[in-house]
Structures are given as structure tokens and as C-alpha cells.
Design a protein around this ligand. Structure first.
Ligand SMILES: *Cc1c(COP(=O)(O)O)cnc(C)c1O
Length: 422
């Protein structure tokens, strides 16, 4: 059977052992009741049907117990974040002491830089990717300024070469060879939000550490998508949101990783709150700050339980599926998507994401020649939800938990139809 047929795509769905998970999500529908083709799980993951019950449980316990819910709730609110730690740690390949769900992503980046960006007059520069997500760039710029440095001098961009889209590790090596003595921190997106390139974070950590730099990774596009093995990678810290591939709802809380080697270092500077403090004496209220070892020591406030409940709903599902199975399907699904795109008889589009499955997650970024945004508009009008990024890229993420081979097939058919209209 030819692979480029609806039949073949449907056969793949029948063989797919994860196919039933799609039924556990709310898939938005058009006016005729047909599912949208939703490819923006890299921006906001879809809602698991179970989320409502998880949140309802906390609403009921709040109604029934008021403040006593901190101890009396079915899932007591006091230690609620602890119910998430183990699953979250497994997903990113960390030890439980290294991970906590707390705050939001950009907040975590700042809190972690307070601890791990300790510039001196000679060693103060920060390296980011030239296509870093704007929030990360603003965070880094304002950290430099906060410490009294000039951004033009202090911010170093790791850029793709002229005429290329992807980053080369050799070029980071060159930056470190030339300027390593003045660099204090590398803050790099593990999976680049724009190109979908999954960088070798272990190698980045080795290169950075060889020059005595701290190494932090933004995993917003990695968590729940690829398997970053954070502990083994040796990076000093990482942060990620949970509303993209981790399906926990708009603006939900974020994850934070601090490597075990820093877990017991009480001398690390930090911004603290009462949730950073020793749990057994927290409510004595009058103790001097006694920071919890490990990632929990970067919490500030008691967390919003309704949002935590949505995260629990999602992580419980991830726990059942397992990242190995998810990643296996993801490689097949994105591989199929790539195969179909490569069959298109057109010069007008080009996939800029690496073709090696080890260097990407599920997302493919498709460059549209002569920046024709119309293409994206027409896809959206057909309820094919993708993401347009200036100047000329459509980002499209087939998510293995709820996208099907048929979704991918139908998307490429529609793309072909639109391209042929011209
Ligand atoms: C999505 C994303 C963000 C968003 O930050 P919030 O603080 O959650 O609003 C930041 N950085 C990267 C790399 C992202 O992909």
C-alpha cells in the first residue's frame, strides 16, 4: 500500500496502541461536529476530560472544609505539590529532590538566575540562542541591567550561520573558546520554540562547565515532548511551563529543576518566601529562614490548588502512558508527517526542523517562501490549527497523545490543495 494514502494513515491509527488516549481529550469541533485538526499542542495543550473532576474535587473540598482542607481534603493542600513531584521528575529524567512545580516559567527563570547568575566585573556575560523566546531574552536582558551591565556588551547570541536556520554546537564552542573567561551563564532553549531543534544539552553543559559557566535550560518546548534526562545531562538548572505539551491549562504553573549537586548548598543566594522554608517549622511563624534542600527551596508562596489539580490530572495520564511509549509514537507520527510533506511537489515550502529524529521533538517548522501568510490563514479557515511565526514560519506539532496519523494525512492534503490553487 502506498504510504501517501488515507487508507495507510488509518491503518497506522488502528495499529497504534496509544490511539485510545485521543478519546480522553476534548478536541475542538467545527460547526458540523468534525474535529479540528489541532497542531498547536506546543502552544496550549488540549484539555484532558479528567481535568474537570480533578478540579471539582478541590472545589468540593474547599466548600466542605474551608481552611481545614489544607489537611482534611482528599488530597491535602498543604503537601499538594508533593503529589506531582515524582511524575514530573520521571518525565524530565530527574531525581525527586531536583524538581518542584511552582510559580510560572519566566518567574522561575528569574528566581533561578538570582541563584545561578552571580556575575563579577570580569565574568558576567550571558549566552542565549539568537532565536530565543522573547520572554527569555527579556529576562536575561533585565538581569544584566539589574546587575549594572550593558546589554550590548553582556548579551552574546549563539546564531545560525549565514544562510542556515539551525544552531551548530561547534559555534557555541567557538564562542566559549573566545569569550568563555568573561561568560557567567548559558541560558539555552533545550528545544528551540521556533525551529524545533533539540539541542544536545549534555554537551552544552560540558562545554559551559569547562569554562566555569553555569548552565540553565529552558524546557518549555521539551517537557512532555522529548526525554531530556536532566540529571544525567549535568545542567545546573532548568525551567518549563506545563500548559504546552503537559496539557495543564492556560497560564498554569511551571516546573523547576535544580541539579542535586546544588541541593544542599545553603550559601546560594536566592529570593525566598515562606514556602521555601522548612516544612516542619513553617507554621511556627517566627523562625529564621531555614531553606528546604533541593528544588522545593525555590518555592515562594502556597500554590494555587485549582491549577495544581489540573496539572495532576495531566501528569497522572503521562504516568500511565510513559514517556518511552509516547516518544516512540511521536517519532513515527512526525516521521510520517515529514514523509508526506516531502512528497509535495513544490519549492514554496521547506522544513527547517532537523531531519534527524534525535535532534527534534514532535514539531516541524515549515518555512513558507516569499512569506505568504495567506497559506496560514487558509489553513486556519479550514480548522487546521497551526502557528504562524514572523517572518515566514508555520509551526506544526502533531502531539502523540491526541493527534492521529489521519490528522497528519488530512493536514498535508489540505496544504496541497491550497498550494495548487495558485
Ligand atoms: C512558552 C514559553 C515561554 C512562556 O513563558 P511564561 O512565563 O509561561 O508566560 C517562555 N519561554 C519559552 C522558551 C517558551 O516556549
Amino acid at each position: 500500500m502506498s504510504k501517501a494514502t488515507l487508507n495507510y494513515a488509518q491503518e497506522q491509527d488502528k495499529k497504534d496502541r496509544l490511539a485510545t488516549y485521543r478519546t480522553q481529550f476534548h478536541i475542538p469541533k467545527d460547526q458540523n461536529g468534525n474535529d479540528w485538526l489541532y497542531f498547536t499542542g506546543n502552544s496550549l495543550g488540549l484539555q484532558p476530560k479528567s481535568t474537570k473532576q480533578y478540579i471539582q474535587q478541590e472545589l468540593d473540598d474547599w466548600a466542605n472544609f474551608g481552611v481545614e482542607g489544607h489537611f482534611e481534603a482528599k488530597n491535602p493542600w498543604m503537601p499538594y505539590h508533593e503529589f506531582l513531584t515524582e511524575s514530573m521528575a520521571t518525565i524530565v529524567g530527574a531525581k525527586p529532590i531536583e524538581v518542584v512545580i511552582s510559580n510560572t516559567l519566566t518567574t522561575n527563570l528569574h528566581l533561578l538566575m538570582v541563584s545561578f547568575y552571580q556575575p563579577t566585573t570580569r565574568k558576567y556575560k550571558i549566552v542565549i540562542e539568537s532565536d530565543a523566546f522573547p520572554s527569555d531574552r527579556y529576562a536575561v536582558q533585565t538581569q544584566l541591567e539589574f546587575h549594572g551591565f550593558d546589554v550590548n556588551d553582556g548579551l552574546i547570541e549563539w546564531k545560525p550561520r549565514e544562510g542556515e536556520e539551525l544552531l551548530r554546537i561547534e559555534d557555541l564552542e567557538t564562542i566559549l573558546d573566545e569569550e568563555g573567561d568573561s561568560i557567567a551563564l548559558l541560558l539555552i532553549g533545550g528545544v528551540n520554540y521556533y525551529t524545533g531543534q533539540y539541542l544536545d544539552i549534555k554537551k552544552i553543559a560540558q562545554l559551559g562547565h569547562a569554562k566555569n559557566c553555569m548552565v540553565g535550560i529552558d524546557l518549555a518546548h521539551g517537557a512532555g515532548n522529548i526525554q531530556p534526562k536532566l540529571h544525567d545531562s549535568g545542567v545546573d538548572f532548568a525551567a518549563w511551563c506545563t500548559y504546552k505539551y503537559l496539557n495543564s491549562g492556560p497560564g498554569s504553573l511551571a516546573g523547576l529543576f535544580v541539579h542535586e549537586k546544588h541541593a544542599h548548598n545553603k550559601k546560594l543566594k536566592r529570593f525566598a518566601g515562606w514556602w521555601s522554608h522548612n516544612k516542619s517549622t513553617r507554621f511556627n511563624m517566627r523562625q529564621p529562614l531555614d531553606v528546604i534542600p533541593g528544588a522545593e527551596g525555590w518555592q515562594l508562596s502556597n500554590p494555587p490548588i485549582l491549577s495544581m489539580a489540573a496539572i495532576k490530572a495531566s501528569l497522572d495520564m503521562f504516568n500511565t502512558v510513559g514517556m518511552d511509549a509516547l516518544r516512540k509514537k511521536s517519532e513515527q507520527l512526525t516521521g510520517y508527517f515529514e514523509f508526506l510533506l516531502n512528497q509535495l511537489d513544490t519549492e514554496n515550502i521547506k522544513i527547517i526542523t532537523p531531519s534527524n529524529p534525535k535532534e527534534r521533538g514532535c514539531q516541524l517548522s515549515i518555512q513558507v517562501k516569499s512569506a505568504d501568510k495567506d497559506l496560514h490563514k487558509k489553513l486556519t479557515a479550514a480548522h487546521i490549527i497551526t502557528d504562524w511565526r514572523e517572518p515566514d514560519v508555520i509551526r506544526c506539532a502533531p502531539v502523540p497523545l491526541y493527534n492521529s496519523f489521519e490528522d497528519v494525512y488530512r493536514m498535508v492534503e489540505k496544504l496541497k490543495e491550497i498550494l495548487n490553487e495558485k
